[in-house]
Design a protein around this ligand. Structure first.
Ligand SMILES: [Cu+2]
Length: 635
């Protein structure tokens, strides 16, 4: 399950060139591991040979191709053209779109109309993914949309003033500027203060508060990011598109080393803004399929982004030209004492309570997607639970407005689709949807998705009670979006292995607590919603298919929709007792506010996988009462 090495990436490219499929101008939106069949991976034992293959998407002369390359023989196994497919945006396209627009005479005229001299150095432009809107006239063109900003006051780029009413549409492969949209100019307002060189007065330095792991902590690392911690083991692989892929997640219960998840990763994101204006309505980003969380991964600052005691790793990714590059400090793995009891009970006021400190393991990376930073964590606990956590921080996307306060004449109109977060600055409201593909294989591949419904019932017999609730379990029998319960008591979803039992005869499983699971309420015929149809439901279940990996399909960039989960589930295959994949969209709405300014304090969202009937008893009861005492000189 290891990522392709730089040599393997280079060999894949060489094989394509040797076969006459690629040349020196060819670019590679994807050069990724083609995983071995699941059955072979699960049956593999150390020393057995592995089959290494690359899944390549390449772009040549404006066309998209896919190829499978055998890396043992360095031969192309198969290749095909994929008409109309728009793969991920390449680094060079971003630069070409920016430079083409700023060199365009129509753009210069529009700037002059706004009072900018031809030789101004304060305007900068940042291309963004364009979405697909029928009738817009860019059918078949590989476009980026390019808004621009004024950094005249030497501002931090994210506080630069958006130049409203001005936007370019550029073919990012040819550099042709297809349109310069030059609508009514909003006078460029002064910038609010409070970030970069203009932070409010800082507190005196604090006494240190940190997580220390003297004696090296308890994390075991083997091979290429094979991680072990307490009873847990798993593998971490960097991926240009998904960011990180965790695989072969196992828990050793003392008798058996038990599989829980074959593979877990973020499969797509969807961030639609709720502003209908021409320069804002396209902002409906799908950063995983358009840019890639691995491509946008940012270096971690030791002692702030992760504890100083964390294990930091550099990650290597394939580059667009078929070479590889390394991002420093791109991953951190650390254990932390949460400061909470893992469990406790006080049996008398005289004796100290019986309790254990909670500790947990965190695997973290932080992609920076334009203005946003997403702290993406997988958290493992001694009790056998796995938390999926996303902390949203960075900056609100902002637009320039005339109102400095809600008392101003234009304020009502200016804030029709967002809130004033600082003088002259509106942040439009928006949603964040982060879809996880969770290929859970609880004690093996044959699993079933269960709904444990909490149902109000009259009390039976001659009870003193009038009513109570009972649990009624039913199997989700077919692929599709998992329908929401209508039971007032709600429900818990559970993945179980119907063929295995624990010591007391129950089927081992995991409950899924979908903590933040807001769904999209955009109409299903809204063009962005058609591309991101997965976001209409928080939970989907599919039959495992190795090529069904991305919730909005392999090519969401500029797509017309219809791909991904709706297509995977269209045939509603039976799921009970099959190898199933569980898809969860961690969703939250972002209603903006002044406390988002100047920078968003990290706002956490999570979902939890909790063992249910998986163990015979709580595995965290094995936590030792005492940590290893420090040597005297360190005390
Ligand atoms: Cu937000």
């Amino acid at each position: 399950m290891e990522a392709l090495s730089p040599d393997e990436v280079a060999n894949a490219v060489e094989a394509l060139k040797a076969a006459g499929l690629a040349d020196d101008q060819t670019l590679y939106p994807q050069i990724a591991l083609s995983e071995m069949p699941k059955a072979d991976v699960l049956a593999w034992t150390p020393g057995t040979p592995v089959v290494r293959r690359a899944d390549v998407i390449f772009r040549k002369a404006g066309e998209t191709y896919e190829a499978l390359v055998d890396l043992d023989k360095n031969e192309v196994v198969s290749s095909r053209e994929v008409p109309g497919a728009e793969p991920m945006i390449l680094d060079g396209e971003w630069k070409l779109a920016r430079d083409s627009l700023t060199a365009d005479p129509r753009f210069k005229t529009a700037l002059a109309r706004r009072g900018y001299a031809a030789d101004n150095t304060s305007v900068f432009c940042t291309p963004a993914s364009a979405g697909y809107f029928p009738g817009e006239g860019y059918e078949g063109r590989r476009i980026l949309k390019v808004p621009c900003y004024d950094s005249n006051e030497k501002l931090h780029p994210q506080l630069a003033r958006p130049i409203e009413g001005l936007m370019g549409v550029v073919d990012s492969e040819t550099g042709e500027v297809l349109a310069v949209i030059d609508n009514d100019a909003v006078p460029l307002p002064p910038a609010p203060k409070g970030y970069g060189n203009d932070l409010p007065p800082q507190r005196p330095p604090l006494n240190p508060v940190d997580i220390v792991a003297d004696l090296g902590g308890n994390i075991r690392v083997a091979g290429n990011l094979e991680i072990g911690w307490l009873d847990w083991s798993f593998h971490v692989r960097p991926d240009k598109r998904a960011g990180l892929i965790l695989s072969l997640v196992r828990f050793d219960d003392g008798a058996r080393n038990r599989l829980i998840a074959y593979r877990m990763n973020v499969s797509e994101m969807f961030v639609p803004y709720m502003d209908p204006s021409p320069e804002w309505s396209y902002r409906t980003f799908m950063d995983v399929g358009e840019f890639g969380l691995g491509y946008l991964i940012s270096p971690l600052r030791e002692g702030a982004d992760c504890p100083i005691s964390a294990l930091y790793a550099d990650l290597t990714f394939p580059d667009d030209d078929g070479s590889s590059y390394t991002r420093k400090n791109a991953l951190c793995i650390f254990e932390r004492a949460t400061g909470d009891p893992a469990w406790r009970h006080s049996s008398g006021s005289k004796d100290p309570p019986d309790s254990r400190p909670e500790i947990e393991l965190v695997v973290r990376h932080i992609p920076t997607l334009g203005n946003y930073d997403y702290v993406i964590d997988y958290v493992f606990q001694p009790r056998g639970a796995i938390k999926l956590r996303v902390g949203a921080t960075g900056f609100d996307a902002i637009k320039s407005v005339e109102a400095a306060s809600m008392a101003d004449a234009t304020a009502k109109q200016d804030t029709a689709h967002g809130a004033l977060i600082a003088p002259y600055t509106v942040a439009p409201h928006h949603d964040h949807y982060i879809n996880y593909r969770l290929d859970l294989d609880i004690d093996g591949e044959a699993n079933a998705l269960m709904r444990d419904r909490i149902v109000a019932k009259p009390a039976e017999g001659s009870s003193l009670r009038k009513g109570l609730w009972k649990v009624e379990s039913e199997t989700v029998a077919n692929e599709g979006a998992v329908p929401k319960t209508h039971d007032a008591g709600g429900e818990v979803l559970r993945v179980e292995n119907p063929n295995e039992t624990n010591a007391i005869g129950q089927h081992p499983g995991y409950w899924f607590d979908a903590g933040h699971s807001v769904s999209s309420i955009l109409p299903s015929d809204d063009p962005p919603q058609m591309r991101a149809a997965f976001s209409a439901h928080p939970l989907w279940v599919t039959r495992y298919k190795p090529d069904e990996v991305w919730a909005a399909g392999l090519y969401p960039n500029l797509s017309k929709g219809g791909d991904g989960l709706p297509q995977f589930t269209a045939d509603a295959e039976p799921t009970a007792g099959e190898d199933i994949v569980f898809w969860y969209t961690l969703g939250f709405r972002h209603l903006t506010k002044p406390e988002d300014f100047p920078i968003l304090p990290t706002y956490w969202h999570e979902a939890v996988l909790r063992p249910a009937f998986f163990f015979d008893r709580d595995p965290s009861s094995r936590l030792n009462e005492a940590f290893v005492p420090l040597p005297e000189e360190q005390q």
